[in-house]
Write a protein that binds this ligand. Sequence first.
Ligand code: PEP
Length: 251
Amino acid sequence: MAAPRPLVAGNWKMNGLKASLGELEAIRDAVKAGGAGRAEAALCPPFTLVAAVAAAAEGSPLAIGAQDCHAKVSGAHTGDISAQMLKDSGATYVITGHSERRADHGETDAIVRAKAAAAIKAGLTAIVCVGETKDERVGGKALDVVSGQIEGSLDPDFPATNLVVAYEPVWAIGTGLTPTAADVAEMHAHIRAKLEKTYGRKGVDIRILYGGSVKPENAAELMGVKNVDGALVGGASLKAKDFMGIAGVYK
Ligand code: PEP
């Protein structure tokens, strides 16, 4: 069975001003020129730049996403942004359940699931993040923790075509640390098995991204691991050269 088309998605987090559109344009042009090879490339800027980035990327193969959405379509939720608004702004992806949101905003699996459901209902593809802390890894609980997050954050009724799962060990995010290729292989195989159990044959096609300190220097090794269908990239997505150094693994 053919592996799913890889996805390399950049998460700009709370970074980026209008002046950053130059980096976006450089990424767009590089992707247009074939720099991501057979992979799909996507960028998730902060809310303030989604519409501008989507306009700049229009007509190019670069997809645009956001980093969060509210679970409701509209209403009295000051400061929040709905999935429908993101779709209206030109996004096709949204990250839900990033560990920084789980930690900073107390997002539970149930909240993440509701947000992913709203995203899918709005016609977006949800990139649902899971991953263990350092203590959980050291305590031998990583597989169980991720199992629980998958069961809690994914609805068996989600259409598999609108779903991406990102395995992001919390201790690897922004630290320069990465799991061994063997640990990544074990976790991705575990996630694949869970997705197949939940979604049947369609679970085979759900992309499972690895995220956490992916750089041009380690991308080939990490992306070469079985069941790794691309990357969710934080810090290295802010510079076109670094982002394309990662996406370029698929050329
Ligand atoms: C992330 O925030 O999703 C991430 C993977 O960050 P970094 O690449 O900077 O570790």
